[in-house]
Design a protein around this ligand. Structure first.
Ligand SMILES: [Zn+2]
Ligand SMILES: [Zn+2]
Length: 293
Protein backbone atom coordinates (compact mmCIF):
# COMPACT_ATOMS: atom_id res chain seq x y z
CA UNK A 1 0.00 0.00 0.00
CA UNK A 2 1.05 3.57 -0.57
CA UNK A 3 2.14 6.22 1.86
CA UNK A 4 3.53 9.29 0.13
CA UNK A 5 3.44 13.07 0.08
CA UNK A 6 2.90 15.22 -3.01
CA UNK A 7 4.58 18.60 -2.65
CA UNK A 8 2.14 21.23 -3.93
CA UNK A 9 4.21 24.16 -2.66
CA UNK A 10 7.66 24.28 -1.08
CA UNK A 11 8.36 28.01 -0.79
CA UNK A 12 8.49 30.36 2.21
CA UNK A 13 6.40 33.51 2.56
CA UNK A 14 6.43 34.78 -1.04
CA UNK A 15 5.15 32.67 -3.93
CA UNK A 16 7.57 32.78 -6.85
CA UNK A 17 7.54 31.31 -10.33
CA UNK A 18 9.44 28.26 -9.18
CA UNK A 19 7.89 27.67 -5.77
CA UNK A 20 4.39 28.09 -4.47
CA UNK A 21 3.87 28.52 -0.74
CA UNK A 22 3.30 25.69 1.73
CA UNK A 23 0.90 22.88 0.90
CA UNK A 24 1.29 19.15 0.48
CA UNK A 25 -1.08 16.24 0.03
CA UNK A 26 -0.30 13.21 2.13
CA UNK A 27 -1.78 9.95 0.89
CA UNK A 28 -1.87 7.28 3.60
CA UNK A 29 -3.06 4.11 1.89
CA UNK A 30 -5.88 6.05 0.20
CA UNK A 31 -6.72 8.49 3.01
CA UNK A 32 -5.92 12.04 1.89
CA UNK A 33 -4.63 14.65 4.29
CA UNK A 34 -3.92 18.13 2.96
CA UNK A 35 -1.21 19.71 5.10
CA UNK A 36 -1.26 23.53 4.98
CA UNK A 37 -3.14 25.39 2.30
CA UNK A 38 -1.35 28.46 0.98
CA UNK A 39 -2.81 30.79 -1.63
CA UNK A 40 -3.34 28.93 -4.90
CA UNK A 41 -3.48 25.47 -3.35
CA UNK A 42 -6.66 24.47 -5.21
CA UNK A 43 -4.94 25.26 -8.50
CA UNK A 44 -1.84 23.41 -7.41
CA UNK A 45 -4.01 20.38 -6.57
CA UNK A 46 -5.37 20.40 -10.11
CA UNK A 47 -1.91 20.89 -11.60
CA UNK A 48 -0.65 17.97 -9.51
CA UNK A 49 -3.65 15.81 -10.50
CA UNK A 50 -5.21 15.64 -7.05
CA UNK A 51 -8.99 15.39 -7.19
CA UNK A 52 -10.30 18.32 -5.10
CA UNK A 53 -13.12 16.37 -3.46
CA UNK A 54 -10.73 13.59 -2.50
CA UNK A 55 -9.42 15.54 0.49
CA UNK A 56 -10.62 13.93 3.71
CA UNK A 57 -8.94 16.12 6.31
CA UNK A 58 -6.92 19.35 6.37
CA UNK A 59 -4.13 20.07 8.86
CA UNK A 60 -3.16 23.74 9.26
CA UNK A 61 0.13 24.37 11.08
CA UNK A 62 -0.48 28.05 11.84
CA UNK A 63 -2.41 31.07 10.66
CA UNK A 64 0.30 32.89 8.69
CA UNK A 65 -1.00 33.59 5.19
CA UNK A 66 1.60 31.45 3.44
CA UNK A 67 0.07 28.42 5.21
CA UNK A 68 -3.69 29.08 5.12
CA UNK A 69 -4.76 31.83 2.69
CA UNK A 70 -5.83 29.20 0.17
CA UNK A 71 -8.50 27.81 2.48
CA UNK A 72 -11.44 30.18 1.76
CA UNK A 73 -11.10 29.53 -1.97
CA UNK A 74 -10.73 25.77 -1.62
CA UNK A 75 -13.62 25.42 0.85
CA UNK A 76 -15.84 27.54 -1.36
CA UNK A 77 -14.95 25.54 -4.49
CA UNK A 78 -15.73 22.28 -2.68
CA UNK A 79 -19.19 23.71 -1.90
CA UNK A 80 -19.74 24.92 -5.48
CA UNK A 81 -18.83 21.48 -6.76
CA UNK A 82 -21.47 19.85 -4.60
CA UNK A 83 -19.55 18.40 -1.68
CA UNK A 84 -21.73 16.65 0.88
CA UNK A 85 -19.03 14.77 2.82
CA UNK A 86 -17.99 16.25 6.14
CA UNK A 87 -14.54 17.84 6.16
CA UNK A 88 -12.31 17.91 9.25
CA UNK A 89 -9.89 20.78 9.75
CA UNK A 90 -7.24 20.59 12.49
CA UNK A 91 -5.82 24.05 13.19
CA UNK A 92 -4.78 26.54 15.86
CA UNK A 93 -7.60 28.30 17.71
CA UNK A 94 -9.14 31.21 15.80
CA UNK A 95 -9.38 29.80 12.29
CA UNK A 96 -13.04 28.87 12.51
CA UNK A 97 -13.96 32.36 13.71
CA UNK A 98 -11.91 33.97 10.93
CA UNK A 99 -13.46 31.81 8.19
CA UNK A 100 -17.02 32.08 9.58
CA UNK A 101 -16.64 35.87 9.65
CA UNK A 102 -15.24 35.96 6.11
CA UNK A 103 -17.98 33.73 4.70
CA UNK A 104 -20.70 35.64 6.54
CA UNK A 105 -19.51 39.14 5.51
CA UNK A 106 -18.96 38.10 1.92
CA UNK A 107 -22.30 36.29 1.70
CA UNK A 108 -20.72 32.93 0.85
CA UNK A 109 -22.33 29.81 2.10
CA UNK A 110 -20.86 26.37 2.75
CA UNK A 111 -23.43 23.56 2.71
CA UNK A 112 -21.32 20.62 3.87
CA UNK A 113 -20.32 20.27 7.52
CA UNK A 114 -16.86 21.40 8.60
CA UNK A 115 -15.65 19.76 11.78
CA UNK A 116 -13.02 22.08 13.30
CA UNK A 117 -10.56 20.62 15.79
CA UNK A 118 -8.83 23.68 17.25
CA UNK A 119 -5.54 23.19 19.06
CA UNK A 120 -4.33 25.21 22.01
CA UNK A 121 -1.95 23.02 23.97
CA UNK A 122 1.53 24.28 24.78
CA UNK A 123 3.34 21.08 25.64
CA UNK A 124 3.61 17.48 24.51
CA UNK A 125 2.04 15.52 21.68
CA UNK A 126 -1.73 15.09 21.60
CA UNK A 127 -3.84 12.84 19.40
CA UNK A 128 -6.18 14.85 17.19
CA UNK A 129 -7.39 12.24 14.66
CA UNK A 130 -7.55 8.48 14.76
CA UNK A 131 -9.28 6.34 12.16
CA UNK A 132 -8.70 3.04 10.38
CA UNK A 133 -6.02 4.60 8.17
CA UNK A 134 -3.86 6.60 10.55
CA UNK A 135 -3.19 8.34 13.83
CA UNK A 136 -2.46 12.09 13.69
CA UNK A 137 -0.79 13.79 16.65
CA UNK A 138 -0.07 17.51 17.06
CA UNK A 139 2.77 19.10 19.01
CA UNK A 140 3.70 22.75 19.64
CA UNK A 141 6.47 24.48 17.67
CA UNK A 142 8.20 27.79 18.39
CA UNK A 143 7.12 30.57 16.04
CA UNK A 144 5.75 34.13 16.15
CA UNK A 145 2.15 32.85 16.40
CA UNK A 146 0.80 29.56 17.88
CA UNK A 147 2.09 26.83 15.56
CA UNK A 148 1.80 23.04 15.55
CA UNK A 149 3.78 20.25 14.01
CA UNK A 150 2.12 16.95 13.11
CA UNK A 151 3.16 13.32 13.37
CA UNK A 152 1.22 10.88 11.22
CA UNK A 153 1.44 7.14 11.85
CA UNK A 154 -0.20 4.68 9.49
CA UNK A 155 -2.29 1.87 10.97
CA UNK A 156 -0.48 -1.49 11.00
CA UNK A 157 -0.54 -3.40 7.72
CA UNK A 158 -0.02 -7.10 8.29
CA UNK A 159 3.46 -7.93 9.55
CA UNK A 160 4.98 -4.62 8.42
CA UNK A 161 5.97 -2.02 11.00
CA UNK A 162 3.74 1.07 10.66
CA UNK A 163 5.51 3.93 8.88
CA UNK A 164 5.61 7.46 10.30
CA UNK A 165 5.79 10.94 8.81
CA UNK A 166 6.25 14.26 10.62
CA UNK A 167 5.83 17.86 9.46
CA UNK A 168 7.45 20.81 11.29
CA UNK A 169 6.74 24.17 9.70
CA UNK A 170 7.30 26.99 10.76
CA UNK A 171 9.58 26.91 13.76
CA UNK A 172 12.73 28.12 15.43
CA UNK A 173 15.20 25.55 16.73
CA UNK A 174 14.06 23.92 19.95
CA UNK A 175 15.47 20.70 21.42
CA UNK A 176 11.95 19.51 22.32
CA UNK A 177 11.12 19.08 18.61
CA UNK A 178 13.50 16.12 18.35
CA UNK A 179 11.62 14.38 21.17
CA UNK A 180 8.28 14.90 19.42
CA UNK A 181 9.51 13.43 16.12
CA UNK A 182 11.87 10.81 17.51
CA UNK A 183 12.46 7.91 15.15
CA UNK A 184 10.03 8.91 12.40
CA UNK A 185 10.74 7.43 8.97
CA UNK A 186 10.44 10.70 7.04
CA UNK A 187 10.75 14.11 8.70
CA UNK A 188 9.72 17.16 6.69
CA UNK A 189 10.95 20.39 8.26
CA UNK A 190 11.12 23.94 7.20
CA UNK A 191 14.52 25.18 6.03
CA UNK A 192 14.03 28.85 5.36
CA UNK A 193 17.63 30.07 5.54
CA UNK A 194 21.22 28.99 4.93
CA UNK A 195 23.56 28.89 7.95
CA UNK A 196 24.99 32.34 7.13
CA UNK A 197 21.59 33.87 7.99
CA UNK A 198 21.39 32.28 11.45
CA UNK A 199 20.69 35.59 13.17
CA UNK A 200 17.81 36.34 10.78
CA UNK A 201 16.47 32.84 11.40
CA UNK A 202 16.64 33.46 15.14
CA UNK A 203 14.93 36.83 14.83
CA UNK A 204 12.09 35.51 12.62
CA UNK A 205 11.81 32.14 14.39
CA UNK A 206 12.76 29.96 11.44
CA UNK A 207 15.32 27.18 10.93
CA UNK A 208 18.62 27.25 9.12
CA UNK A 209 19.72 24.22 7.09
CA UNK A 210 22.14 23.18 9.84
CA UNK A 211 19.46 23.44 12.53
CA UNK A 212 16.96 21.40 10.51
CA UNK A 213 19.58 18.68 10.09
CA UNK A 214 20.47 18.84 13.79
CA UNK A 215 16.85 18.07 14.68
CA UNK A 216 16.95 15.10 12.27
CA UNK A 217 20.17 13.83 13.89
CA UNK A 218 18.91 14.26 17.46
CA UNK A 219 15.63 12.56 16.58
CA UNK A 220 17.28 9.66 14.71
CA UNK A 221 14.87 9.90 11.79
CA UNK A 222 15.09 7.78 8.65
CA UNK A 223 15.22 10.57 6.11
CA UNK A 224 14.98 14.38 6.17
CA UNK A 225 12.99 16.41 3.63
CA UNK A 226 13.57 20.16 3.55
CA UNK A 227 10.81 22.54 2.53
CA UNK A 228 9.68 26.20 3.08
CA UNK A 229 12.65 27.48 1.08
CA UNK A 230 13.19 31.26 1.05
CA UNK A 231 12.63 32.89 -2.34
CA UNK A 232 16.17 34.29 -2.12
CA UNK A 233 17.57 30.81 -2.99
CA UNK A 234 17.05 30.50 -6.73
CA UNK A 235 19.44 27.57 -6.50
CA UNK A 236 18.78 25.81 -3.18
CA UNK A 237 21.80 23.49 -3.41
CA UNK A 238 23.61 25.46 -0.68
CA UNK A 239 20.80 24.48 1.76
CA UNK A 240 21.06 20.82 0.80
CA UNK A 241 24.83 20.94 1.10
CA UNK A 242 24.79 22.53 4.55
CA UNK A 243 22.11 20.18 5.87
CA UNK A 244 23.83 17.11 4.41
CA UNK A 245 27.04 17.96 6.29
CA UNK A 246 25.10 17.41 9.54
CA UNK A 247 22.62 14.77 8.40
CA UNK A 248 23.63 12.89 5.26
CA UNK A 249 20.26 11.40 4.34
CA UNK A 250 18.65 14.70 3.34
CA UNK A 251 16.39 15.61 0.41
CA UNK A 252 15.20 19.03 -0.65
CA UNK A 253 11.62 19.42 -1.84
CA UNK A 254 10.66 20.91 -5.18
CA UNK A 255 7.09 21.69 -6.24
CA UNK A 256 5.54 18.64 -7.85
CA UNK A 257 7.75 16.11 -6.07
CA UNK A 258 6.26 12.88 -4.79
CA UNK A 259 8.18 11.48 -1.84
CA UNK A 260 7.33 8.09 -0.46
CA UNK A 261 7.41 7.36 3.26
CA UNK A 262 9.58 4.27 3.51
CA UNK A 263 10.78 2.30 6.49
CA UNK A 264 14.09 3.47 7.82
CA UNK A 265 16.41 1.13 5.98
CA UNK A 266 14.98 2.01 2.56
CA UNK A 267 15.55 5.46 1.10
CA UNK A 268 13.15 7.50 -0.93
CA UNK A 269 14.10 9.11 -4.18
CA UNK A 270 11.63 11.87 -5.06
CA UNK A 271 9.71 11.40 -8.27
CA UNK A 272 8.45 14.31 -10.30
CA UNK A 273 4.71 14.29 -10.85
CA UNK A 274 4.78 14.65 -14.60
CA UNK A 275 6.21 11.19 -15.13
CA UNK A 276 3.37 9.43 -16.96
CA UNK A 277 5.01 6.04 -16.73
CA UNK A 278 5.32 5.58 -12.99
CA UNK A 279 2.63 4.20 -10.72
CA UNK A 280 1.54 7.72 -9.74
CA UNK A 281 1.16 8.59 -13.40
CA UNK A 282 -1.24 5.69 -13.78
CA UNK A 283 -3.19 6.95 -10.77
CA UNK A 284 -3.22 10.41 -12.29
CA UNK A 285 -4.82 9.15 -15.50
CA UNK A 286 -7.46 7.35 -13.49
CA UNK A 287 -8.15 10.51 -11.46
CA UNK A 288 -8.45 12.65 -14.57
CA UNK A 289 -11.10 10.32 -15.93
CA UNK A 290 -13.02 10.40 -12.67
CA UNK A 291 -12.65 14.15 -12.15
CA UNK A 292 -15.94 15.90 -12.68
CA UNK A 293 -15.31 19.27 -11.07
ZN1 LIG B 1 5.72 30.19 6.48
ZN1 LIG C 1 5.01 31.36 9.70
Amino acid sequence: MNFYTTILGSGAALPTGGRHCSAQMLNINGFRLLIDCAEGTQLRMRECHQRLQSVNTILISHLHGDHCFGLPGLLSTLHLCGRTDELTIVCPTGLQEALDTLFSITGNHIDYHINYIELQHTDGRVCCIENKHCLVEAFPLVHTVPTYGFKITEKPRGKNRPRTYAYCCDTAFDPRIATYVEGVDLLCTECTFANELASLAEQRLHLTAGQAATIATQAGVGQLLLTHISARYKDPSILLQQASQVYANTLIAADGDIVEVKTKNENSVPKRIDNENDEHGAEKNLLLKKEKV
